[in-house]
Design a protein around this ligand. Structure first.
Ligand SMILES: Cc1cc2nc3c(=O)[nH]c(=O)nc-3n(C[C@H](O)[C@H](O)[C@H](O)COP(=O)(O)O)c2cc1C
Length: 260
């Protein structure tokens, strides 16, 4: 079963190298408009998008991401999706005497939904024009008050790089549908299920060169699971990567605590 939209979705791959072909302004406008046509909570559009095409600003994003990264700055266009409860609050304040409470979990999480649903629409629109895209999760950790000058009640939701691909990367693997789809209620997977579903990922270890394996063994890493545990899920990495997010939360003055 297919059609042009399904074809486009099935062919998604993250593109991290871009050709020198610029993004046409009219196509960019269509991509942004397609984003705003997505469903949005209460039709209130709790988001803003910062389109970054200035080289200096892109380099600043690279530096904020990783000291040696050059990937964001190589993309012709970067779109940053923000949860924006500032704009709607100001509108209400201008026209109502009532107190506005819009910095609580409901406002935050609906804002995240709104911003990311619209951003993914933009990704699909860009890919339908033959462009390549790549999300960068680290926008959550970057100091967006400093880099983008956002006011309170604004929080980073997502960043996507867009450009025409230099080459077409391989389609990446996915878990079988069985692993991710539950019918009517959550069915607890057995350990055998989990081992079966992740077998393809475990096998990636076999493709690691002997030289690299030797180095990793020095860090007590003997499998893909070990390497994820150390490089992504150690207490230090988790804490360090959460720090910037918590700083952004504090600056944004969203209050996600239980005040009951
Ligand atoms: C929330 C999120 C954060 C991501 N962050 C990064 C990133 O920081 N750097 C990167 O190179 N790719 C990033 N990606 C892209 C994923 O690595 C990619 O989607 C995944 O490996 C699957 O590959 P595919 O998109 O080609 O199918 C991110 C994707 C998502 C959805």
């Amino acid at each position: 079963m297919t059609n042009p939209v399904i074809d486009c979705l099935m062919n998604h791959r993250s593109v991290r190298r871009y050709s020198s072909k610029p993004i046409e302004p009219d196509k960019l406008e269509t991509i942004l408009t397609a984003g705003t046509r997505a469903a949005t909570a209460g039709n209130l559009q709790f988001y803003s998008f910062v389109v970054v095409d200035d080289d200096e600003k892109k380099k600043e994003l690279d530096r904020a991401w990783k000291p040696k990264a050059v990937f964001i700055s190589k993309a012709p266009v970067v779109i940053i999706a923000l949860v924006d409860q500032y704009r709607v609050r100001r509108w209400l304040e201008l026209h109502s005497e009532r107190d506005i409470h819009n910095n609580r979990p409901i406002n935050f999480f609906l804002g995240i939904w709104d911003a990311l649903i619209a951003l993914q629409n933009m990704v699909v629109a860009a890919e339908s024009f033959g462009m390549g895209t790549c999300y960068i999760g680290s926008i959550l950790e970057m100091n967006i008050a400093e880099i983008l000058g956002v006011p309170k009640h604004v929080f980073p939701a997502g960043l996507v790089c867009i450009g025409y691909p230099e080459a077409t990367p391989k389609l990446s693997i996915r878990l079988p549908l069985d692993a991710v789809v539950h019918r009517n209620s959550y069915r607890m997977p057995t350990d055998d299920d989990i081992n079966r579903w992740y077998a393809e990922r475990d096998k990636v270890w076999d493709k690691v060169s002997e030289e690299r394996k030797e180095k990793l063994k020095g860090q007590n890493i003997h499998s893909i699971a070990d390497s994820l545990a150390v490089q992504r899920y150690s207490a230090e990495v988790t804490e360090q990567r959460s720090r910037g997010i918590l700083d952004n939360l504090r600056r944004s003055e969203f209050d996600l605590t239980d005040t009951a």
